[in-house]
Design a protein. Sequence first.
Length: 137
Amino acid sequence: MVRVEHIGIAVKELDAAEKLYTRLLGEGPYKRESVESEGVVTSFFRSGLGEGATKIELLESTRPDGPIARAIEKRGEGIHHIAFAVEDIQAEMARLKAEGFTLLNETPKRGADNKLVCFVHPKSTNGVLVELCQEIS
């Protein structure tokens, strides 16, 4: 794993959350994107400069039975996942499987922000949902 790519935060109302994080970070989001396969609309913020910037992804569910809606129903709004950038997602998935981690998908899928993604089950990681992200070239 190369670095923390972003922190995902589940929110009920994306517009309200964008206003809050704009005030908090002093700058608005740089991108809003729908990911139909996951039933979410995302909004990305940067804190810091260049490649070392920390990214925050706000996630609002687009359907009542979606994973974000279920997470909010179960735990309320807040941190949903931590994402790590990887250079080779297939190799990292194979390494984690060999180490005994449970992956939530067998093959990478297209995620937000021009990434291939895979999630690691929170039961394998002390209750933290982990996302692997590889830039799509």
